[in-house]
Design a protein around this ligand. Structure first.
Ligand code: HAM
Length: 403
């Protein structure tokens, strides 16, 4: 299906490395995992992400369930987590730093790094007004890139809030109205509904018009300015370099004040503060900040050479009961064991052991079963020796340096 992909065993180790690295970083900063349903009521995204956004207008997988309720495959994680925060009264919990990993769905035009089912790793923190948390979110996001050896530039912007944005939106509309005919058809439609999105339109003609547009930073209120300035100070304290980009507006409506993106030819991750999302979804006056990265985009940039490595291969030459006995002997051995059950020749079994990149093959046939022995073959040197099965663990400990 267009935009949907299988993640196959030969690539899975990169995915696991990315996810394990993220999990260990989140754990070390006190973030707890949250798992929310993939399917949510459509209203959660209409009210959360915003009904004038591209995501809600064009990209959601929305359908009526059997009871006639409109439901949507989540296009992103934040709105659903905010919904879960309200429903489960998480404001009373000590765990307000959360992370998640999972699939998201957007009906977009598939291209390099853009899929209809994609995976995000993200974090959300609730109820912390101090801008230091915005800096912590960026610090964690950056640390993950560093651990994976991925270079990315940080761009930040202040996009104001419902207090200051309307005045800016008005002057922006007044400005763009003068150039309406020069805007692309998408931006002409956006003009009254979501004029901020025109600022980051990639159309060359729109870009020229945008150059002369009024700047949001000249209209933001004192609160947004103070928050933004303090976040920058905290970023400096953490030695995090950033570029201020006036044109950085996000494709989701919930953001207030501080927003950011990490880019390297394409956007790898993005996030920001959303102080009204919880109240927009019917909860209390609780602020939030978070980020999410696209796993497919990171996997594409990871230069890690992962090997399909199984450590030990049991070449079972039609002595399955004996093979199962050996499997039991090795059950606590801290290395992976692949036991063969198909009736192949020894030659093709050893070929397979090579393909699995194994260090050792344990060869067993009728003779070995009768004498309670096995042949241990070092797959790198091709040296092999027959040993009593009771010696197996010790011999393998020697090969794998297990103490
Ligand atoms: P977003 O910018 O829509 O933000 O998505 C975050 C990241 O997900 C993007 O930077 C990109 O790497 C990846 N991504 C988005 N769409 C696709 C796609 N179609 N195919 C592959 N990757 C994609 C959010 O989703 C916000 N919820 C982030 C956030 C969390 N803000 C605050 N908390």
């Amino acid at each position: 299906m267009k935009g949907f992909r299988d993640i196959l065993p030969e690539n899975i180790e990169k995915w696991q490395l990315l996810e394990e690295t993220a999990k260990s970083i989140f754990k070390s900063f006190g973030y707890k995992e949250i798992r929310t349903p993939i399917l949510e009521k459509t209203l959660t995204f209409e009210r959360g992400v915003g009904d004038a956004t591209d995501i809600v207008e064009k990209e959601m997988y929305t359908f009526l369930d059997k009871s006639g309720e409109s439901v949507t495959l989540r296009p992103e994680g934040t709105a659903g987590i905010a919904r879960a925060f309200i429903e489960n009264k998480l404001e009373t919990s000590v765990f307000n730093k959360l992370y998640y990993i999972g699939p998201m769905f957007r009906y977009e035009r598939p291209q390099k790094g853009r899929f209809r089912q994609f995976h995000q790793i993200g974090a959300e923190c609730f109820g912390i007004k101090n801008p230091a948390i915005d800096a912590e979110i960026i610090f964690i996001n950056k640390l993950l890139f560093e651990r994976l050896n991925i270079k990315a530039n940080l761009e930040i912007n202040n996009i104001g809030c419902p207090v200051c944005r309307p005045a800016y939106t008005k002057v922006l509309i007044d400005y763009f109205e003068n150039y309406k005919d020069s805007l692309c058809t998408d931006c002409q439609k956006r003009l009254y509904k979501n004029p901020l999105r025109i600022l980051d339109c990639k159309n060359e003609k729109c870009k020229i018009v945008v150059k002369g547009a009024p700047k949001l930073k000249d209209y933001v209120c004192k609160n947004c300015q103070e928050h933004y300035n303090s976040t920058k100070e905290y970023l400096k304290a953490l030695n995090i370099e950033y570029i201020e980009n006036d044109m950085l507006v996000r494709g989701l409506d919930y953001y207030t004040s501080f927003v950011f993106e990490f880019t390297n030819t394409i956007t790898l991750s993005a996030g920001g503060r959303y102080d009204n999302l919880i109240s927009d979804l019917g909860g209390g006056n609780i602020c939030g900040v978070g980020f999410a990265l696209g796993e497919e985009r990171l996997i594409d940039m990871m230069d890690t050479k992962v090997q399909n490595n199984i450590d030990i291969y049991i070449a079972n030459l039609s002595v399955t009961f004996y093979a199962l006995q050996i499997l039991q002997i090795l059950k606590n051995f801290p290395y992976s064991v692949y036991c063969e059950y198909s009736s192949k020749s020894l030659k093709s079994m050893l070929k397979k052991a090579d393909k699995l990149n194994t260090s050792v093959s344990i060869i067993i046939g009728e003779n070995e079963q009768k004498s309670n022995t096995c042949i241990v073959r070092n797959m790198k040197s091709s040296n092999q020796q027959t040993i009593g099965v009771e010696q197996l663990e010790n011999i393998l400990k020697g090969v794998f340096y297990v103490t």
